[in-house]
Write a protein that binds this ligand. Sequence first.
Ligand code: SF4
Length: 317
Amino acid sequence: MLVGIAKLAAESERLESKRKVEYFELPARTILNRTKPGMPFRWSINPYRGCEFGCRYCYARYTHEFMELDAREFEDKIYAKAHTAELLRRELRKVAPDDGIAIGTATDPYQPAERRFGRTRAILEVFSHQRGRHLSITTKSDLVTRDLALLAEIKRSNALSVNMTITTLHTELARAIEVRAPRAERPLAAVAKLADAGISVGVFAHPVMPLITGWLERLDRLAAAAKKAGASYFGGGLLFLMPSAQKVFFPFLEERFPHLVKRYKERFEKNAYLRGPYREMIRDRVRTIRQRHGLSSSPADYQPELWLGEQLELFAS
Ligand code: SF4
């Protein structure tokens, strides 16, 4: 247990890092990506490729390999998609109003690049002129509250929910695993602000990491903090480790949790997804915790009053 200056140092917010990050503008032909059948949303939007937060487990590292880059460069070479608003305006014409659209499924839409390049904000501006859309945003960053007024505007005429991802309240552990992501107090403060503004907000403890963050007591404390902040739903999906993510996660385990290396390799080297009783146990654990804290599993969908008059018009557009 850290005390005194050691504790203060561990909890300090990073002011600046000397690590070299490069930003690029990526020409994009589309901004809306159709998801595979069975997903809870039909379309996804990721305004950036690469993510500076650099979570060791990040499954999206493979998207850098598509660009002939090393998965380890995922947090150092960040690509902002070009003309996001124009593309979205055009592509939304082909999207049915009740199709779910999820922003931030592969990279964080409020990662540091967003402060400078504003691609997520440009997308939200487009949605602020839409009616009857089903939109969700997933982020680890309290930068989402910069757009509070815009989100409130979107919410007036669309179903909107914000999923804040927090894997652990343990500051030191979070810093080791999610190297540059905001510590839990900040997304929790964002939950409170969003809830105060009447925006449907929940906390996802994704990914639950076996024998690291998956302990009952840790998840329970996280759910309690989420509820206290104003979250209405809570979830926790189990870690999966694709080969590109293993390249980063296994060296991290060797450094921080050497006693877990053998077990993780045995389970994940053959299959990125964990099967069997542990999976069921985590599912039951999260369900029990939800019930204990009066949290639901997903945002309650709702019908803003504005839809009633405008839905038919929307279908015709
Ligand atoms: S915040 Fe999300 S997208 Fe970014 S590195 Fe972490 S897991 Fe990947």
